[in-house]
Design a protein around this ligand. Structure first.
Ligand code: GLY
Length: 359
């Protein structure tokens, strides 16, 4: 079992990673026996894995579900769940357990951060993407028609439990999408991890628990260090947004037809092309990253045309806009992220060609 800690002073928390990890949930969460516990899970995860989690919790733990999918990151879904918390008399001392992928974590985390002005929060991710990224760091939120994750709070979990056994049922497409965030961590912080994806590709595809556990632990260590240094994204944490300025725009404009990780992969391709055209990133490094993404089965092209003007407009409403300027995290080399705020519309339009549909 691997343990990575997110060092945030008196809010520091452990991430336990390994096969059967969820069985020890009660051992690691000392306050649980005297707390109201509410599991918030998407219906698919509740059906597939609910009994395993329930077996690890006290019998009076409550489970609330919502329909699987990004559209549940909404005020409507949040309101329904909060009304159920009210009906069940969930008090301030309670803990909410997010059980599922990034949507469950973001939605349940936002509820945990706002219900009665904040209750305890535990993350039990069941997707690779949530394991390597979304479950760590305390970002929570929901989407608006205007854009992704525009409403939310920072609310750190007190415990993250990543049981690699849950990944056995994860569809291949979702596993691949999660690998995009792992590639992102590699290119911004630990370039040697990039080739490990290729060396381990067969073991990853076979869901070998040890390989997945080690890769997840490496990712969590990268993310934990960044979050510990800059919890609220005043500075360093922005590097985690590499690929996301364009990626979020694609996700929103495609009506969430592609997975978040797939859009991040496409976003990295465009942002690396921006960097290459600026002379920041060498062509061979951009090609190497593109080749790894391709080998991992991530998309190289948009599934349908997206207007450049729409991408520009979507970028402008992103959370990363500061003083009216759209912020990008580009690579000045492998492991060398740099923030760039003076990208002209024409540069974005030119770089978008690299992922043009049908190209
Ligand atoms: N997913 C980026 C972050 O947590 O900051």
């Amino acid at each position: 079992m691997d343990v990575v800690r997110v060092e945030l002073g008196d809010r520091a928390y452990p991430i336990h990673i390994g096969s059967s990890a969820v069985n020890s949930l009660r051992e690691w969460s000392v306050p649980f026996p005297r707390r109201q516990l509410v599991v918030i899970a998407d219906q698919t995860v509740a059906d597939l894995h609910g009994p395993r989690l329930a077996a690890a919790l006290p019998p009076d733990a409550v489970t609330l579900t919502f329909p699987a999918g990004e559209t549940s990151k909404s005020f409507t879904a949040m309101e329904r769940l909060c009304e159920q918390l009210a009906t069940r008399g969930i008090e301030r001392g309670a803990a909410i357990i997010a059980f599922g992928g990034g949507v469950a974590g973001d939605l349940a985390g936002f509820i945990a951060g706002t219900w009665l002005r904040g209750v305890g929060f535990v993350q039990v991710p069941t997707t690779f993407l949530a394991a390597v990224d979304a479950s760590v760091g305390g970002k929570t939120g929901i989407n608006l028609h205007a854009g992704k994750n525009l409403v939310g709070v920072f609310h750190q979990p007190e415990l993250v439990v990543i049981d690699t056994d849950f990944l056995a049922t994860l569809p291949d497409r979702d596993l691949r999408a999660g690998l995009a965030e792992s590639v992102k961590h590699a290119v911004i912080r630990q370039p040697d991890l990039l080739d490990r994806h290729l060396a381990d590709i067969a073991r990853i595809a076979a869901r070998d628990p040890q390989t997945l556990g080690e890769l997840i632990a490496a990712n969590c260590a990268i993310k934990a260090a960044v979050v510990a240094a800059d919890e609220r994204e005043a500075d360093l944490r922005m590097i985690l947004n590499h690929g996301h300025t364009i990626g979020h725009a694609f996700e929103h404009l495609l009506g969430y037809e592609l997975r978040h990780g797939e859009c991040v992969a496409l976003g990295m391709l465009v942002e690396n092309e921006l960097a290459r055209r600026r002379g920041l990133l060498k062509s061979n490094d951009a090609a190497r990253i593109a080749a790894v993404l391709a080998r991992l089965g991530l998309p190289q092209r948009l599934p349908r045309a997206v207007g450049a003007a729409d991408v520009l407009a979507a970028c402008r409403i992103d959370k990363k806009v500061r003083a009216g300027a759209v912020n990008f995290v580009l690579l000045a080399g492998l492991g060398q992220p740099v923030r760039v705020a003076d990208i002209a519309d024409a540069e974005i339009e030119a770089a978008l060609a690299i992922v043009a549909a049908g190209g």
